[in-house]
Ligand binder design. Structure first.
Ligand code: PLP
Length: 406
């Protein structure tokens, strides 16, 4: 059923935040909301364990640490993603290797993944970019054949489906972000899901300061007071970061998660509005959704195929009619200045970067021709509307813009 409008913040979130405030803020253990969210989220996305963390970048870093992936190891990421996917590999001291995307879906191309696998490849991070799952079966097959860990980056994909499987249920790990632009948000936050108890324990320890008493069990991110108070208690038995999510953010996130179907539906409805407008336009080509996929539309992305319209010119016209300023696609990730800068820095500072020296590629030479040729012509329309009327109004403006340039 189509939704007409939903509140900006879930009333349940407000209730849970008030509950936390009424209890006084102690730590993530006190309200039990963390355990509830971790358990329910993992169940909904088809994994055994959920671990809340402070964002959807450190979730992937923790997954790599929990898999003992680091110095000298390679992690394959797609060319169409944000820095953070590749950054997670760097933060674990590993090396991101960038693979190209499919020319129609713009998701990780399994054929290029196969070409990029070496004896050092330890992980693949397929990204459900814009809300659409990559073709996972061939990626999972390659991972199995080469004993490679799969970490799904679903920061942009909630309740997407791939061949009847919910996106998030297929990798050894899957990662979600609750940052402000995402389907559900608590400002900043994220969750890592994983399939087995051993890696869940290691990931939780990696994200919770390596506290000795931590297990995979939902909500078990801090040390119980009875243990902590004793003078002989040894707190830190492994190396861990502080990636904890605050209890207030957890309270907000739980309320949003409880209405995740609505949050996803309204974006899908907004996307349908745009889809119907561009159906008659032969120079705007949407991201292709293969038949056996359900797209969750974090954004409605399309490619402009005309050379005679300058990217900014069309945006200016759209905005002049009251359109919400849309975004271009990110630079191919290996073209973000940090990567060529880093390869040069590593080359000239072997003592400072012994873990990357002679292992990191020169990113200036990385080539992903499919995405490099498509990226300059992408338009990513906002789908985050709380009222369908607002989305319809944007679609009408898009129709007028198309008419103007046709
Ligand atoms: C594809 C993708 N991966 C990872 C991230 C990182 O998430 P966060 O901002 O929560 O660290 C984001 C979000 O910004 C994203 O869009």
């Amino acid at each position: 059923m189509a939704l007409s409008s939903i509140p900006r913040v879930s009333p349940k979130s407000i209730e849970y935040v008030n509950k936390v405030l009424d209890m006084g803020i102690h730590n993530a253990k006190s309200s039990g909301l963390d355990a509830e969210l971790e358990k329910k989220f993992a169940e909904r996305f088809g994994q055994q364990y959920g671990i809340l963390m402070s964002n959807g970048t450190v979730t992937m870093q923790a997954a790599l640490l929990a898999s003992d992936i680091g110095v000298g190891d390679e992690v394959i990421v797609p060319a169409f993603t944000v820095f953070m996917t590749a950054g997670a590999a760097l933060f674990a001291n590993a090396i991101p290797i960038v693979a190209d995307v499919d020319p129609d879906t713009w998701t990780l191309d399994p054929k290029d993944v196969e070409r990029k696998i070496t004896s050092r490849t330890r992980a693949i991070i397929p990204v459900s970019i814009c809300g659409l799952s990559p073709d996972m079966d061939p990626i999972l097959k390659l991972a199995k054949e080469h004993d490679i860990v799969v970490i799904e980056d679903n920061a942009q994909c909630f309740l997407g489906y791939y061949k009847e499987r919910v996106v998030g249920s297929m990798g050894n790990f899957s990662s979600f972000s609750f940052q402000g632009s995402k389907h559900m948000t608590c400002g900043e936050g994220g969750i890592l899901l994983c399939e087995n108890e051993e890696t869940a324990t290691k990931a939780r320890k990696a994200s919770s300061l390596g506290f000795s008493s931590i297990t995979a069990e939902p909500g078990n991110s801090t040390i119980p007071k009875e243990l902590r108070c004793h003078p002989s208690f040894q707190r830190h038995t492994s190396y861990g970061h502080n990636f904890l999510l605050s209890e207030l953010a957890i309270a907000l996130a739980l309320g949003e998660f409880e209405r995740i179907d609505e949050l996803v539906s309204i974006r899908q409805e907004a996307a349908r509005e745009f889809e119907s407008v561009i159906a008659g336009c032969d120079w705007l080509i949407p991201q292709k959704t293969p038949e056996n996929h359900v797209h969750s539309y974090w954004t409605y992305a399309m490619r402009m195929s005309r050379d005679d319209i300058e990217w900014s010119e069309m945006r200016r016209f759209f905005v002049s009619l009251g359109g919400d300023g849309y975004y271009a696609a990110y630079q191919p990730v290996h073209r973000e200045p940090i990567f060529p800068m880093l390869s040069d820095l590593v080359k000239s500072n072997p003592d400072r970067f012994p873990h990357w020296y002679e292992k990191m590629p020169d990113y200036k030479e990385t080539s992903c021709p499919v995405w490099e040729s498509i990226q300059p012509n992408i338009i990513m329309l906002k789908t985050k509307y709380f009222s369908l009327d607002s989305a319809r109004h944007q679609a009408e403006i898009l129709a007028k813009t198309i008419q103007h340039f046709s």
